[in-house]
Write a protein that binds this ligand. Structure first.
Ligand code: LLP
Length: 399
């Protein structure tokens, strides 16, 4: 990738996504589930740029959405409504109403109270709501506590017994049609065992529902497949699929999975320009034009992203790579081995395609970065750099 040329053409900070890599990742996963009907619902929260979603939709992906905004993005990007799932612990009435009116595949319900709201809203609309129940299997995904979701102490889903009760409630309601079971245990998962355990618990529930003549068609195993940021050993899509499918013998459910990071994470680069170098005592800082508002993962989870100097090689010394934001927690990397750098040199932050731009903000009144796609060797802008006018447009009229 010609980062120099891209920086000249689009300026920095700049997000760059390799669309061919996204395609490869999608096909790997689809292929892994070849033996069975499957639906890959891309978790939009990882990167909701319309062109990214459109690219995945063209490959056949559905979407896992967690807000009306994400559903709207998916629809605009051309995702078939029958491939859209609506998840999340706190859907409000207007979002439930919107999802029902749009006739998406299913709402993934996370509590008894929510189920009753969905039923009431379906009644008002004179519609039947297709739903799945999110089961919390109480399995430890062994990932960062902030992104672990499948334990009792987490806010997500309901336990198996409650789930069964809710399915029976649905069976007796003309307004609720239970068609799926859902389970998502966390993110950046590197160990196959929790997937196997969660699938076993959920498959047992599936079987007991069949015996109650509740006809579940979709078995949703969530997302969470980890990627390599540094030297992690990741789960192979084939092994992931086998861990799930091994529990489904004798059933004919469609397997749904909701990968976000796996599809887009390693496709993305954050390109940034060096503003200054400075030493505080013996400590070396490289100050860049990208900051925590562009990529918050290092600050929020102490996540590691590989950082490399563009077109500069040779040894170097350790430096903290920091942004201009007024917080000591504003860093992109710590103790990074970098050659001597000067004003205008470029650094590239890798594996930034997931939860990078989508978690970015305007903190410190900074404009969010531009985004570029690379496909078949050609680059194209997929989101303009924000301007000062964008920043103030919702406030200006109140002056
Ligand atoms: N499905 C559900 C219901 C989810 O909550 C999530 C992610 C996914 C699918 C997709 O998970 P993935 O395949 O991307 O791991 N901001 C954090 C990650 C938060 C993930 C939240 N839920 C990070 O930057 O690491």
């Amino acid at each position: 990738m010609d980062f120099m040329k891209l920086a000249q053409k689009y300026q920095t900070p700049l997000y760059i996504y390799d669309f061919d890599h996204i395609c490869e990742q999608f096909n790997l996963l689809k292929e892994a589930f070849r033996a069975r009907k499957s639906l890959i619902c891309y978790a939009l929260k990882a990167n909701s740029n319309l062109s990214v979603v459109k690219h995945l939709a063209a490959l056949g992906a559905g979407c896992d959405c967690v807000s009306a905004g994400e559903i709207k993005r998916a629809l605009i990007a051309g995702v078939s409504k029958y491939k859209i799932i609506f998840s999340g612990v706190g859907k409000d009435d207007s979002e439930i109403e919107f999802a029902l009116k749009e006739d998406i595949l299913m709402l993934n319900v996370e509590s008894e109270a929510e189920l009753k709201r969905v039923e009431a809203i379906a009644r008002n609309l004179n519609k039947t709501a297709r739903i799945s129940i999110r089961v919390n299997p109480n399995v430890d995904a062994k990932t960062h506590p902030y992104i672990s979701t499948g334990l009792k102490k987490n806010k997500f889903g309901v336990d198996i017994d409650t789930a069964k009760k809710l399915y029976i409630y649905c069976k007796n309601s003309p307004l609720l049609e239970p068609i799926g079971i859902h389970c998502h245990i966390g993110s950046q998962i590197l160990d196959i065992a929790p997937y196997r355990d969660a699938a076993a618990v959920t498959a047992e529930l599936l079987r007991s529902l069949k015996s109650l003549e509740i006809d579940i068609k979709f078995f949703d195993v969530g997302g969470g497949l980890g990627i390599r940021y540094k030297d992690e050993v990741t789960i192979k899509p084939y092994d992931f699929a086998q861990a799930v499918l091994a529990n489904l013998a004798g059933t004919d459910v469609t397997v749904v999975c909701e990968p976000g990071r796996f599809l887009v994470g390693n496709s993305g680069y954050l390109l940034t320009k060096v503003l200054y170098e400075k030493y505080n005592g013996a400590k070396r800082f490289v100050i860049t034009d990208a900051a925590m508002n562009d990529l918050i993962r290092p600050s929020l989870y102490e996540s590691y992203h590989e950082i490399e100097a563009v077109n500069k090689s040779g040894g170097g010394t350790l430096a903290d790579v920091v942004g201009p934001v007024c917080e000591s927690g504003d860093f992109l990397g710590r103790e990074v081995l970098l050659p001597q750098l000067s004003h205008g040199d470029l650094l590239v932050v890798k594996s930034a395609g997931a939860y990078g731009f989508s978690m970015s903000s305007n903190y410190n009144s900074r404009f969010r970065a531009a985004e570029v796609a690379i496909e078949d060797g050609k680059d194209r802008l997929i989101r303009k750099r924000e301007s000062f006018e964008d920043l103030i447009k919702l406030e200006q009229e109140y002056l």
